[in-house]
Design a protein around this ligand. Structure first.
Ligand SMILES: [Fe+2]
Length: 242
C-alpha cells in the first residue's frame, strides 16, 4: 500500500489553514500533537478539552438515533452488527457534532499533508451489552477515523472488552516474529477524546462490550478524491444477495 500519512515533523505538522472555532473551541488547539505508530498508517491524537462538549455530543448522538433521517435501513441490529449506527454526522446540525467533524477533517488533512479530504461516510456507533464487531475493512475509504466519545463501563474481568483492535499483516507492530504473520493485535489506548486515524483497508474490529452504559464512538470514512454514488451501496448489494 502507498504511504498516506506523512512522517512526523514534515509538512503535516503545520495546519493547512488557520484553525477556526466552533463552540468557542479551536478546531485544532494550539500545541495539539499526534503520535504515529511506527511502520503503520495509524496515528492517534487526544483532545484535552473533550469534557467541554462531551455531554452535548452524547445527547446529539442519542437524539439522532431517534431520528429516522439518520437510520441505516440496511444495517442489521444484532450483537455482531458493530453497534447501532447513526449516520450523517454533519447533517445533525449540532455544534458539538460539527466540532468533532471539523476536527476529524483537520486531523486527516494534517496527517496526510493534504489541503482537502472528503467525508465519504460519517456515523456514530452505539454499543450495548454483548455487542461486538467482527474483523472488517472500510470500503472506499483512503483513511478512516474513530473518535471515542463514551467508552462505557469497564469490565474488571476482561481489560479488552469493548476495545478497538487492529489485526492486519500490513501493520508491522502486529507481526513481531515473522513479517506478514499477525500474532498480536494493536489495541490503541482510547480514553474519551481520543481520535485514531488509520488506513481504511486495515482489518480491525471491536471486542465484545460487556457494560450497561452505552459505549459510543464516532467514525469517518475519508477519501482523497470525491467519490460518486452511495458509499453504502456495496452493503445494500450484499444484503440483497442474502
Ligand atoms: Fe470499522
Amino acid at each position: 500500500m502507498s504511504e498516506l500519512i506523512a512522517p512526523p515533523g514534515g509538512p503535516a505538522a503545520m495546519p493547512a489553514t488557520p484553525p477556526a472555532e466552533v463552540l468557542h473551541l479551536p478546531i485544532w488547539p494550539s500545541g495539539q500533537s499526534s503520535q504515529r505508530l511506527e511502520g503503520a498508517q495509524i496515528a492517534v491524537t487526544w483532545f484535552s478539552d473533550h469534557a467541554t462538549y462531551q455531554q452535548a455530543l452524547t445527547e446529539a448522538v442519542l437524539a439522532a438515533a431517534h431520528d429516522s433521517r439518520f437510520h441505516d435501513p440496511k444495517h442489521l441490529v444484532m450483537p455482531s452488527g458493530c453497534g447501532r449506527k447513526v449516520r450523517n454526522v454533519p447533517e445533525w446540525n449540532v455544534p458539538a457534532a460539527n466540532l468533532v467533524h471539523a476536527r476529524a477533517l483537520m486531523f486527516a488533512r494534517q496527517s496526510l499533508s493534504r489541503q482537502q479530504v472528503f467525508a465519504d461516510d460519517t456515523w456514530a456507533s452505539i454499543y450495548g451489552k454483548g455487542d461486538y464487531c467482527m474483523p472488517h475493512s472500510h470500503v472506499r475509504a483512503d483513511v478512516s477515523i474513530v473518535y471515542m466519545l463514551e467508552p462505557g463501563d469497564p469490565d474488571p474481568g476482561d481489560t479488552f472488552a469493548g476495545k478497538l483492535y487492529f489485526a492486519d499483516p500490513r501493520i508491522g507492530w502486529t507481526c513481531p516474529v515473522e513479517r506478514g504473520r499477525v500474532v498480536r493485535p494493536f489495541i490503541p489506548d482510547m480514553a474519551p477524546g481520543t481520535m485514531v486515524l488509520f488506513a481504511g483497508e486495515y482489518l480491525h474490529g471491536v471486542h465484545a462490550y460487556r457494560g450497561t452504559q452505552p459505549r459510543i464512538t464516532m467514525s469517518w470514512n475519508l477519501t482523497l478524491q470525491q467519490q460518486p454514488g452511495n458509499p453504502r451501496e456495496w452493503a445494500f448489494r450484499i444484503a440483497g444477495e442474502g
